[in-house]
Design a protein around this ligand. Structure first.
Ligand code: MN3
Length: 199
């Protein structure tokens, strides 16, 4: 097994009431586990099993679509769990806050832009805050694509991610994706976002 499902850095119920325990359990132990298993199965016996995940993502165009979907699903969820914390919420500080204010005008303007990207992503996908060589940008991707992939319209290093697949919120929020997005801001782990920003 080249790729290993990571443990969550907190308990399944740690993000209550914003993200419920049952959703977290199924999301991690079923969905994320399935991407990980599928990636291992597809990679076995091919050059993919010898490569690091970021290397695969950077050249995803040359692999079968199953590699694209499952390598993306594996990697995106690895990141996503770390961007949330029971001690999260509030605002970033220091250099990250300064960069957000420079590139978006204000923290509120950034939040509005990210919320918009997450809300308007049609169907399943992700919203991202990315670092594009010193400048921050908000983007979104369909399915399990991400901004590290060679096929991404807007490329950069992800420093914040939000999963807007229905499996991420439907049990608790049903069709109310915007309520889930509002709740997400209460659990954002800005320390981790800052750490990724500083690279
Ligand atoms: Mn998901």
């Amino acid at each position: 097994m080249s790729f290993k499902l990571p443990d969550l850095p907190y308990a399944y119920d740690a993000l209550e009431p914003y993200i419920d325990s049952r959703t977290m359990e199924i999301h991690h132990s079923k969905h994320h586990a399935a991407y990980t298993n599928n990636l291992n199965n597809l990679a076995t016996g091919t050059e993919v099993e010898t490569l690091g995940i970021e290397e695969i993502l950077a050249h995803v165009l040359k692999y079968p679509v199953g590699i694209r979907n499952n390598a993306g699903g594996f990697y995106n969820h690895n990141l996503f769990w770390t961007f949330m914390s029971p001690n999260g919420g509030g605002k970033p500080s220091g250099e990250l806050l300064k960069a957000i204010e420079t590139d978006f005008g204000s923290f509120e303007a950034f939040k509005e832009k990210f919320t918009g990207a997450a809300t308007t992503r049609f169907g399943s996908g992700w919203a991202w805050l990315i670092n594009t060589g010193g400048k921050l940008a908000v983007t979104s991707t369909p399915n399990q694509d991400n901004p590290l992939m060679d096929i991404a319209e807007v490329k950069g290093t992800p420093i914040l991610a939000l999963d807007v697949w229905e499996h991420a919120y439907y049990l608790n929020y049903q069709n109310r994706r915007s309520d889930y997005i509002s709740a997400f801001w209460n659990v954002v782990n800005w320390q981790e976002v800052e750490a990724r920003f500083k690279g």
